[in-house]
Design a protein around this ligand. Structure first.
Ligand code: SF4
Length: 499
């Protein structure tokens, strides 16, 4: 074996689509290439030992925001114990601002951007000469029909135990400055018939959960309808063996034909990740996000009222120009639209994203290390930003977990943001913890909080018991709705790095 493709996934259930693309496109080097995945948190020595057990000449690492720190340690150790092994890096984290990164200094070569054709070419030159002179190689983007689709490389075990990521297109035509896809300029579809043939084959092999990583599934409605029809046909033919699809949507583009298709899906078959990010028009303009807020709100309302789709809607706190008050207004507006989950993300400075143009004027201050979360800006100081970070964490535990479906509306009253912020501040002051709060302790704390707000203890305990006894389990989201299975997707900002 000569070439090893590897990465550290965020979880075991996340199978790397990017590595499988590289393997599928290795051409004549395919036979001498292997793939091995690890999960973050594994011991560095064990990872290095297992990599070297393959006796590779070349190791290609996929580098992402969630693994760059640990992979830096892996590469450093690998280079110490086996300096002759050639290390090639690729992935979004090393595709921008490459030269200043420690991991890049440790590596032999870096491919920026698309690796499908550039990685095998580089490996050929390393193995057979002429020796590549440059360290950093800009990935060549081939025509989409020349990229071999990787889906046969999902093993039976992957299909049985892990999330199957798929993509019908790459790229995004929009330019939201906090997002890496802002650099794409457009979207490029894979040939649809070939893609659907691969989906058919995955389905025949037992895949039932398809997670689309397309940035905007509803860009080309004809294509969206064909893909949805693929799933509707399966659901109709085998209602007792349901299939489940997850798509990302832009919220202000839902023509009637698409609505009609969506309304045909039964409960539990469809999940939408919808990016609102901010309802503040001034902020949207600042970060070049084009969004018709009225249409977006109407469409979310329509989806909650006329479809069974499970909806997970993203907001980002910390954007330039967004104050706590304007964020609160947007949060309450979204809450009133009744989505199943509100994903409350905190702005991150993804390498290469144009948002940095606002750094000085808006005082954007980010963590120096991955995931480069914002610490403060002109309108939100550090202490307040930390309160928002805790809000986001507790919101996941209490609201997005679906465990407090009956209690939550009482907890939030008529000012969801304000009430939850007060609860969040109190919970932190009372527990000094944001992680590892056991469910029974959390329920007791929620009851105590309601009592501090004037609710009778018996009434508060009974309300909590109605959730805590599991009577609300079918409504596993904020206000009821389909149980979503694999719903804890990384935030939109991070997830866009995944493919
Ligand atoms: S946030 Fe969504 S719509 Fe905006 S550039 Fe990124 S992928 Fe495209």
């Amino acid at each position: 074996m000569t070439i090893l493709l590897t990465t550290l996934n965020a979880r075991y259930t996340h199978a790397s689509l990017g590595l499988r693309y590289l393997l599928a496109n290795m051409g004549e080097l395919r036979e001498q290439t292997r793939l091995q995945e690890f999960v973050i948190g594994a011991k560095t020595t064990e990872i290095v030992e297992r990599i070297l057990a393959h006796a590779p000449r070349i190791v290609g690492f996929g580098i992402y925001i969630w693994n760059v720190e640990e992979t830096t340690r892996v590469v450093a150790m690998l280079k110490r114990v086996a300096p002759d092994v050639v290390v090639v890096l690729g992935g979004p984290e090393v595709s921008h601002e490459s030269n200043e990164q420690e991991i890049v200094k440790l590596a032999d070569y870096v491919i920026t951007g698309w690796g499908d054709v550039t990685f095998p070419k580089l490996c050929g030159e390393i193995l057979h000469g002429p020796k590549p002179l440059m360290k950093i190689h800009a990935g060549v983007q081939p025509p989409m029909d020349q990229i071999k689709l990787p889906y046969s490389l999902y093993s039976d075990s992957d299909i049985k135990n892990r999330t199957i990521y798929v993509e019908a297109s790459r790229g995004c035509p929009f330019k939201c400055e906090f997002c890496l896809s802002a650099l794409d300029k457009t979207a490029w579809p894979f040939p649809l018939d070939d893609f659907l043939a691969e989906m058919e084959s995955l389905y025949a092999r037992g895949a039932r959960l398809f997670k689309f990583v397309d940035r905007t599934f509803n860009l080309n409605i004809k294509t969206s309808l064909k893909i949805m029809q693929f799933f509707l046909d399966k659901l109709e033919a085998h209602p007792d063996d349901p299939v489940y699809a997850h798509f990302e949507l832009v919220p202000d583009h839902l023509p009637d034909a698409l609505k009609e298709g969506i309304s045909k899906f039964p409960a539990g078959a469809l999940q939408f990740e919808i990016g609102i990010q901010s309802f503040n028009p001034a902020v949207q303009t600042l970060v070049s996000r084009k969004q018709d807020n009225h249409k977006a709100a109407d469409n979310i309302r329509w989806l909650t009222q006329h479809s069974h789709a499970h909806m997970h809607v993203d907001l980002i706190a910390g954007l330039p120009g967004e104050t706590v008050d304007s964020f609160a207004e947007g949060f309450n507006k979204l809450w009133a639209l009744n989505p199943h989950e509100i994903q409350f993300g905190i702005l991150k400075r993804l390498r290469g994203t144009p948002i940095i143009r606002h750094t000085q004027e808006y005082g954007l201050t980010f963590e120096p290390y991955a995931p480069y979360t914002i610490l403060a800006n002109r309108d939100i100081d550090f202490a307040t930003m930390q309160r928002l970070v805790r809000f986001a964490r507790y919101w996941d535990l209490v609201a997005n977990s679906g465990r407090f479906g009956n209690t939550l509306p009482v907890l939030l009253g008529d000012d969801a943001f304000g009430q939850f912020m007060a609860f969040s501040d109190w919970l932190y002051a009372s527990t000094d913890a944001t992680h590892r709060i056991a469910l029974d302790r959390l329920a007791a704390m929620v009851s105590r909080w309601l009592q501090t707000r004037g609710m009778d203890k018996t009434e508060a305990d009974a309300l909590l018991a109605s959730d805590y006894a599991g009577r609300n389990e079918s409504g596993s989201r904020l206000k009821g709705g389909a149980a979503g299975g694999e719903t804890a997707a990384p935030s939109r900002q991070a997830r866009h790095l995944a493919a």
